[in-house]
Design a protein around this ligand. Structure first.
Ligand code: PEP
Ligand code: MN
Length: 353
């Protein structure tokens, strides 16, 4: 619910309104709308009588909103949220390209790839230091060392980095355990923090990340869970925004489909780009690598996602895709990345006319 307030409303009246909702169990946020001061009432307000609210002092108008995700809805704010990382803007007419290996493998590997993706036209380097792997025997990522290598690649190329936090737990690699919880390590290094598909529904984790980034407002790229509905995905984003970090980038990466993985790893949810952009004001980017699971499909899917209105792409790239430590099958070369970027820009130009 949004309540428009009378001009120059006193603090005393605002307190009366807030206390009224507090007693009903609803939190309120006071802010300014296009027509002056407003109070946003969060949570379920269905049983709150309209008449009673109208009688509170200083209330001018009442709007009912979507109550499962309020803060990220277009009803609440129709302007697309533009998220800035260094001097890059995500959510404008210019698509943004994030690229790099699935996992950081060594300093040489990530520095070399960073240079190549920059040359191909990408603006942000991706690379996992903590990897959420399906099987415990798979490569688990280099952990803190991987973050240090990413930092080196950032210093060498001057491009920001996106890397995943897999949770609050400790990381064990080659028998060695890291001292601190791994989230604080990621917070110390990442320009954008990725929350992967597997963690989209870890609500305590979403709240914790939001609280720990409340001051710096480090952008968070939230991936859609592989079996999450659009409502569940947006609900997860609302958790982060409600807990203090409004800088959320939504990322679609395919959902469980009916095809065997020899054809498609996931079902590419390109249609969801348009649906989400209609409902939410957050930027939406697409991941053609995980959604297809096949490097031969990455170009077509990338271009289709841009045509459907994606604000950018996140693509797995390696100079030696066959020998990538994880997700080799879906990894493309820097040359393919270059082709995707050039063609995407042309498509974006046509569709934004
Ligand atoms: C990744 O980006 O490498 C990754 C593990 O992604 P997802 O969470 O989409 O599976
Ligand atoms: Mn991957």
């Amino acid at each position: 619910m949004i309540i428009s307030l009378e001009k120059d409303i006193s603090d005393e009246k605002i307190n009366i309104i807030s206390n009224y909702f507090k007693k009903k169990g609803n939190e309120t946020v006071e802010t300014s709308g296009s027509d002056g001061a407003i109070i946003i009432v969060l949570g379920n307000t269905k049983d709150i009588p309209h008449d009673e609210v109208f009688e509170l002092p200083g209330v001018k108008e009442i709007h009912r909103l979507n109550e499962t995700y309020t803060l990220i809805s277009r009803e609440f704010d129709n302007k697309t949220r533009i998220i800035e990382v260094k001097n890059i803007k995500i959510g404008t007419n210019e698509p943004v390209f994030m690229a790099g290996p699935c996992s950081v493998e060594s300093e040489d590997q990530i520095v070399k790839i960073a240079k190549e993706i920059k040359k191909a036209g990408a603006q942000i380097l991706r690379g996992g230091a903590y990897k959420p792997r399906t099987y415990p025997y798979s490569f688990q990522g280099l952990g803190l060392l991987g973050l240090k290598f990413l930092d080196k690649a950032r210093q060498t190329t001057d491009i920001p980095i996106i890397t995943e936090s897999t949770g609050l737990h400790r990381h064990i690699f080659e028998g060695k355990e890291e001292e601190k919880d791994t989230l604080s390590n990621v917070l110390n290094y990442a320009d954008i923090i990725q929350i992967g598909a597997r963690n989209m529904k870890s609500y305590g984790f979403l709240e914790e990340i939001a609280k720990r980034t409340k001051d710096k407002k480090t952008p968070i790229l939230l991936k859609r869970g592989e079996s999450a509905t659009i409502d569940e995905f947006l609900g997860a984003a609302e958790y982060i925004v409600k807990n203090g970090n409004p800088n959320v980038i939504l990322c679609l990466r395919g959902i469980r489909g009916i095809e065997p993985t020899k054809y498609l790893r996931y079902a590419t949810d390109i249609d969801a780009i348009a649906v989400i952009k209609r409902i939410s004001n957050l930027p939406v980017i697409f991941d053609p690598s995980h959604s297809s699971g096949d490097r031969n499909l990455v170009i077509q899917i990338s271009l289709a996602a841009i045509a459907a209105g994606a604000d950018g792409l996140i693509i797995e790239v390696h100079y030696d895709p066959d020998n990538a430590a994880s997700d080799a099958k879906e990894t493309v070369t820097p040359d393919v990345l270059k082709e995707i970027i050039e063609k995407s820009k042309k498509i974006k130009e046509i569709i934004s006319k």
